[in-house]
Design a protein around this ligand. Sequence first.
Ligand code: NAP
Length: 244
Amino acid sequence: MRIMIIGGTSGIGLALAGRYAAQGAQLALCGRDPRRLQGHALASSPRVSVYGFDIADTDAARQAIHDFGRDGLDMLIVVAGQYADAAGLAAQPALGPILVQTNIVGLVQAFDTAAELMRQQGHGHLVAVASIAGLLKDYPDNSLYSASKRAAIAICETYRKALAPFGIAVTTLVPGYVDTARLRELNGGDAGAKPWLQSEADAVRHMSAAIERRAARCVFPWQLHLTVRLFNLLPTWLRGLRKK
Ligand SMILES: NC(=O)c1ccc[n+]([C@@H]2O[C@H](COP(=O)([O-])OP(=O)(O)OC[C@H]3O[C@@H](n4cnc5c(N)ncnc54)[C@H](OP(=O)(O)O)[C@@H]3O)[C@@H](O)[C@H]2O)c1
C-alpha cells in the first residue's frame, strides 16, 4: 500500500501515519516544514519518504505527488489545514487568502493531480479531513474556517460522484475536537474544555475504520454530531444567541 499524507508531519496526519506504518505501508509524509519530523521514529524508517512543500503551491505539490506516485499511489490523504478566527483575520487580513488557498484550492489541486495518476492505474482512494465546524450553521467567530471546511465537504461529494466510474473512492473525514498540539496551542495550552474532546488515538480509530470500508463520509464523535444537528434546527435568532 502506497499512501501520501499531505499534512502528515504532526497532529492527526502524523497519528494516521503511525497507524499505516504499523501495517507496513510505504508512506510519503508532507508538510511545509519537514524538520517537524526530526527525531520522530518514522523519519528514519526506510518505508517513509518526507516531502516539504506548501499545498497551496501548485507546482511543488504536483511535483511531489508525481515523484511519490511514480511507483503507484493507492491513497492520498489531505489533512493540511489552516485555522484563523475572526480576531486573527481582523489583525492579519492576509490570513484569509492563505486559509482559502490551503483548505480549498490546495485540496482541489492535490485531488486533481492524484486522480490523474489513479485514473491511469484504474484504482485509488482520495481522503480529506474536513471538520464538524463545516456542518454547523452560524459557527461563531471563525466563519471563514468553517466556510472552508463546508466547501471541503461539498468538494469531496463532487469528486466522489465524478471519480466513481474510474474506480476511485473519496472519503470525507469530519472530526470534532481532537486533542492535538495545534488545538492546545489555539486554546492557551489546554483544550480540555472542548466538548467531547477526543485523543489522537481515538480519532485515528474512527478515521482508519472509515477509510478501510471506503465510507463516503465519517462524522465523529456522534455526540457532537447530534448536538450540531439539533442546533441547526433552531431558528436563526435563537442560534444567534450562542455564546461567542
Ligand atoms: N485538531 C482538531 O481538533 C481538529 C478538528 C477538526 C478538524 N481538524 C482538521 O484536521 C487537520 C489537522 O489538524 P491538526 O490539529 O492535526 O493540525 P496540525 O498538527 O497543525 O497539523 C497540520 C498538518 O498540516 C501541515 N500543513 C499545514 N498547512 C500546510 C500547507 N499549507 N501545506 C502543506 N502542509 C501544511 C502541517 O505541517 P506544516 O505546518 O509544517 O506545514 C501539519 O503537518 C486540519 O485540517 C484541521 O482543520 C482538526
